[in-house]
Design a protein around this ligand. Structure first.
Ligand code: SDX
Length: 436
């Protein structure tokens, strides 16, 4: 036995031995399989990358069948229980948990970069009052690159580190400014005496009090939610920042592409859609009727299903626990009863069981955010803030990977064969002639 794959091309009778490494063959090894010298060689075809690895990575590990998620080898349950978002950010970026001194220096470095240039307020002011906050953050992050032209120098580790610090530090500020703009409230500047999550709550919800004191239970709950959303290996938005970043554009511009991908309702926009779905169902008694629609293909059960998890998303389980703590403070979200009934039925109905559809990270998170006072439109922004460090850790790994080049996939061309240009006077006539 050997770690190789033997392939016989029945078109030619030739046999090939392809090495198997890390559970994979290299798609480029297929290129040698050809019919004749004119043949380009065999290409692998995998729309939406259902079974294709685009990179090697040492950051996050997921076992979808067993519902396992590790950050740099540490189980998500342990870091969510014991760590903080900034400590997890350090871990994801550097590969190891920080010492006490390293953490203190890291937290200080993030804290002193929370302010944004005053001009940022001017273009946030330019949006309509009802502009979706995710659209505001998406465009503002791209615009931030104009304030830091040195960010283009991605070959310099110190410059790159500074851009990563800036993005992690400023995302809560941009998110809070977008929210305050949407509710017609003045912007609240960062309070560098508060924690990462506490300061975010301050910039969102401080009214006239001289100093904002975040509720410690909500502050801790938000920080735990940030940990759970920090990274998730090669999801759609991470694939976006890796692909866009492979052209060697600056990380701020590359991250605006990731935010755009996360915005989609099938990805990070799902948490907002879950709440709209629950509000549309209205009452627990209406759940069976809605399930019928889903099974008929007339609706999706938003917050359910996952490309990788074919069992319960470990993050969803943890978030459900956070919900109980938050509702102790905010009062129970009545939509929870509808969500629990949806889950109860879905986990026993063959339609969902046969397709291995379980609650994912987005199913319960929106209920918590709504109870904490966030409007639905802020939910995807609450996903983008913590995922910033995941995106940038993956981007940094891609930039430093000697195997990576500019991402440029092949295609299988099924279009028109070569044909001559048709002068406009002859168009339509020929078709009529052909049809007659
Ligand atoms: C995130 O990739 C990541 O890691 C993402 C994420 C992260 O942390 O970055 O985990 C965050 O994006 C979580 C997913 C949030 N999205 C949603 O909750 C939207 C609802 N879910 C689906 O749209 C869907 O499950 C996806 C997009 C999440 C996964 O889609 P896949 O892997 O392409 O699966 P599929 O669409 O091919 O579905 C397989 C079958 C289909 O039925 P059949 O064609 O076999 O009859 O399952 C059905 C689908 O119709 N199906 C659903 C469903 N999800 C899949 N049917 C009803 N409701 C659903 N939610």
């Amino acid at each position: 036995m050997s770690d190789t794959l033997t392939i016989t091309d029945n078109r030619t009778g030739r046999t090939y031995e392809l090495p198997i490494e890390n559970g994979a063959i290299r798609a480029r090894d297929l290129k040698q399989i050809r019919v004749d010298d004119e043949d380009f060689g065999l290409v692998s075809y995998d729309p939406a990358f259902m079974n294709t690895a685009s990179c090697t990575s040492r950051i996050t590990y997921i076992d979808g069948d067993r519902g396992i998620l590790w950050y740099r080898g540490y189980p998500i349950e342990q870091v969510a229980e014991n760590s903080s978002h900034l400590e997890v950010a350090y871990l994801l970026l550097n590969g190891e948990l920080p010492t006490r001194d390293q953490l203190a220096a890291w937290v200080n470095e993030i804290t002193v970069h929370t302010f944004v240039h005053e001009n940022v307020k001017k273009f946030i002011d330019g949006f309509h009052y009802d502009a979706h906050p995710m659209s505001i953050v998406l465009s503002t992050v791209g615009a931030l690159s104009t304030f830091y032209p040195a960010a283009r120098n991605i070959a310099d580790p110190a410059t790159t580190h500074l851009q990563i610090v800036r993005l992690i530090a400023k995302m809560p500020t941009l998110a809070a400014f977008a929210y305050r703009h949407s509710v017609g409230m003045p912007y609240v500047y960062p309070d560098n005496n508060l924690s990462y999550a506490g300061n975010f709550l301050n910039m969102l919800f401080r009214i006239s009090e001289v100093r904002y004191s975040p509720n410690p239970i909500l502050e801790r709950a938000l920080d735990a939610l940030f940990i759970l959303h920090a990274d998730h290996e090669q999801n759609c938005s991470t694939n976006a920042i890796r692909a866009v970043g492979s052209s060697r554009v600056d990380p701020l511009s590359a991250m605006s592409a990731a935010i755009a991908a996360l915005y989609g309702p099938l990805h990070g926009g799902a948490n907002e859609e879950v709440l709209r779905m629950l509000e549309g169902i209205g009452r627990k008694e209406n759940v069976p009727e809605f399930i019928k629609k889903v099974k008929a293909g007339e609706a999706k059960l938003m917050g359910f299903g996952h490309r990788v998890y074919k069992s319960y998303d470990p993050r969803a389980r943890f978030i459900k626990g956070i919900a109980d703590q938050v509702f102790e403070v905010t009062g129970r979200n009545p939509l929870l009863d509808i969500a629990l009934e949806l889950e109860r039925i879905a986990l026993q109905e063959d339609y969902f069981v046969s397709r291995k559809l379980y609650p994912n990270v987005d199913f319960y998170s929106g209920l918590i955010y709504q109870a904490m006072g966030f409007p639905k439109t802020m939910f995807p922004v609450l996903f983008a803030i913590p995922r910033t460090v995941g995106w940038l850790s993956q981007w940094k790994e891609m930039v430093g990977d000697p195997e990576q080049k500019i991402a440029r996939p092949r295609q299988l061309y099924l279009g028109a064969a070569k044909r001559d240009y048709v002068p406009i006077a002859e168009r339509g006539v020929r078709e009529l002639v052909n049809q007659s």
